[in-house]
Write a protein that binds this ligand. Sequence first.
Ligand SMILES: O=C1O[C@H](COP(=O)(O)O)[C@@H](O)[C@H](O)[C@H]1O
Length: 458
Amino acid sequence: MTETSTLIILGASGDLTERLLLPGLASLLKSDRGVDVKLIGTGRSERSPKEWDAVVKTAFNGDAGSDLAKRTLASSEYIQGDPTSPAHLEKLFEASEGDPVMYFALPPAISVKVIKALEKITLPEGLRLALEKPFGSDEAGARDLNEELLKVVSEDRIHRTDHFLGRSTVLDIIGLRFANRLFEPVWNSDNIAKVEIFYDEILGLEGRAQYYDKAGALIDMIQSHLLQILAIIAMDAPASIDAVELRSEIARVLRATWVKDGDPITASRRGQYAAGTISGKEVPAYADEDGVDDARQTETLAEVEFEIKTRRWAGVPFVLRSGKGMSKIRKEVLITFKPVPVLPAGLKGASSPDSLRIEISPETLELGVTTNGKGNPFSLEKSVFKTDLGKPELTPYGEVLSGIFHDDPTLSIRGDVAERCWAIVQPVIDAWKSNMVPLETYPAGSSGPVEWETSKEA
Ligand SMILES: O=C1O[C@H](COP(=O)(O)O)[C@@H](O)[C@H](O)[C@H]1O
């Protein structure tokens, strides 16, 4: 039988727990990487055992039938209390079995208080800590958080989670790049004209104003998830795919990543959705959503151009964009290749550049190449080869939890990288705070402010 671990979720009454963490846990328990998990939820709000059971059962949904899931459901409990109180934390550890994983589904300011409380008590030996993004609220905050964490446990027991690193399509990029003669030799500025990473959602705020209004699209998506994708697209080949090698290459390329020309005014754009209609449903303006502080001027659409100052990538724009309340879902990496230097005389028609589209969700791969046309064999046209990459066994959170339970930090962010990602976007945060880049508006359900050109490609 597998050893038992305990998953203690701090902030268990929040939306993240029900929507993502628990379904992720259920997908892990069902898989052949399953572990025996005692689940403890905790939070300030009260929850009867019956209510907590119902939350877990609903979240486990169709994945509740495996032996491991049944055991977790039977032993799961909710212990109400203040996670910043040392006495409450002791109580949680007393109720644990085996090595506990403490998962912070909490805002950064509260996480710091919990860590300080952990410093005051005797901790179980095998304790692992998992922290959600945002990790701190700027570079200095991330550094302080790292220092505090290291007073409690060693770096190999800290998991700064990013569920995008648990996405199969993001992980697929590694094999795609390094195992194909077709791509590996051309993955550089001699052959690639542009890299774009889009994460456009049709969803609006969904009741998350308390968190989102302070974060905005730049911090919510670009500073965290999309920079990790950029790193995997742009890193050099790791010697192996173990945690040390892979995370070193990610760190190395991010150290060379900068806002284009160091100028956030020309390299960034931001927008906020106004009232509109999405899929036939009326959506209020962001500023009118419950819990939004209009004075904050939070962006719901952010776009930043980065450059990577390495021999491989000099001169190639990396454009990262993410928006909410958009007309259509567009979650993809689009790599546009340079045109061939010359065409044989007589070939007619435009040879459009080759492109590689990695759709993050749904999981597909699309290669666009120029071929001779069907009607006239010497007139060029674009042919697209598309393949479905298949549904992964685990949800992204299941993948992340698997790494934590198996003590494998490959899919979590290294401490220095968490700090570096703040440093990369800080010039943009500063420029936006001092209004040096206008906050444009776009109707919910549109492809962004009318002036924005990039949406054309969709
Ligand atoms: O972390 C976050 O990610 C989601 C998008 O990821 P998905 O896996 O749900 O597609 C985003 O909607 C959310 O605002 C952000 O906090």
